[in-house]
Design a protein around this ligand. Structure first.
Ligand code: NCD
Length: 306
């Protein structure tokens, strides 16, 4: 995986993902072994769009491996504000850093940037398109907490139209055996047909009713209505609270169901649900840092100390 870009989840094979998860597991077991494996390596984080988890988890991952970080989280403070092209920015950063993590509001920007990059370029979200490292996070969480990535009924609820974490999750999970998706959304926020067309192994159904689906789910993946991608604020306000997972709905869930959410949460999961042991979204955030440590080690080709 040395030197490879990660633009969408299928850039890595199922076997390669498994290697990343196995390394992540070793990091969980003995983090002290990895404290300086990236000493002397520099990661650049270029965030043209707001982020808390993704940027901090990448930066924390690199720092916990003994590496260093540079970057920006406000594009107005970069030369993009002077009119520099993305391609020129990337070529320049390649002269300084060993790997690049980039988030950008435009769909396809990560792929474009990777074409100018001779360092591994990791897509940290390109508009409403893909978010592969959130998917690594989601898969590691499922693997660790459920013990398997096969034979699961996965409910995906909320903004399936603009939710890039959802598009990436579906692309990734479709490669495992026995996956059944239940897509839960209003008509206006249904999964785009280009994503549906990419589902080749899994079965799926679509519904508007979260309550009715609850009892069937091994995993419920909740998501925020993506305000920043709406053209009309009025439409956003009409749809934003369409699904709220509360303790009443949790009563209908399987005893071993698992609730995931990429975060940030707005109103779609009421805070009482946080006390339910089936709510795993904060654990998920922790797995996000661990899996990014494993990914950085793989693409930088650092010694694994084993
Ligand atoms: C997600 C994103 O940025 O797409 N957040 C994240 O990376 N954890 C989900 C969201 O913003 O709703």
């Amino acid at each position: 995986m040395i030197g490879r870009h990660l633009i969408e989840p299928r850039d890595f094979s199922v076997e390669e993902l498994e290697e990343i998860f196995q390394l992540a597991e070793k990091i969980i077991e003995a983090p002290e072994v990895y404290v300086d494996v990236c000493k002397g390596k520099l990661l650049a984080t270029l965030f043209y769009e707001p982020s808390t988890r993704t940027r901090f988890s990448f930066e924390a991952a690199m720092l916990r491996l003994g590496g260093s970080i540079i970057g920006f989280d406000d594009p107005n403070a970069s030369s993009a504000a002077k009119g520099e092209t993305l391609s020129d920015t990337i070529r320049t950063i390649c002269a300084y850093a060993d790997a690049i993590v980039m988030r950008h509001p435009r769909e396809g920007s990560a792929k474009l940037a990777s074409e100018s990059s001779n360092r591994p370029l990791i897509n940290a979200g390109d508009g409403g398109h893909q978010h592969p490292t959130q998917t690594l996070t989601d898969l590691l969480t499922i693997r660790q907490e459920k013990g398997r990535l096969e034979n699961l009924t996965i409910g995906v609820c909320g903004d399936l139209k603009f939710g890039r974490t959802i598009h990436s999750l579906i692309r990734a999970m479709d490669r495992y055996a026995g996956i059944r998706f239940i897509f839960i959304s209003p008509d206006e926020l249904q999964l785009p047909s280009y994503v549906k067309d990419e589902i080749t192994h899994a079965s799926f159904e679509e519904t508007k009713n979260l309550e009715d689906a609850m009892g069937e789910l091994d995993i419920l993946y909740m998501s925020r209505v993506q305000r920043e991608r709406f053209v009309s604020e009025e439409e956003y306000l009409r749809l934003k609270d369409i699904y709220i997972l509360d303790t009443d709905k949790m009563e209908k869930a399987k005893p071993d169901a698992m609730i995931l959410h990429p975060l940030p949460r707005v109103n779609e999961i009421s805070i009482e649900v946080d006390q339910d042991p089936r709510a795993k979204y904060f654990e998920q955030a922790h797995y996000g840092m661990i899996v990014r440590m494993a990914l950085l080690m793989k693409v930088l080709g650092v010694k694994e100390n084993d």
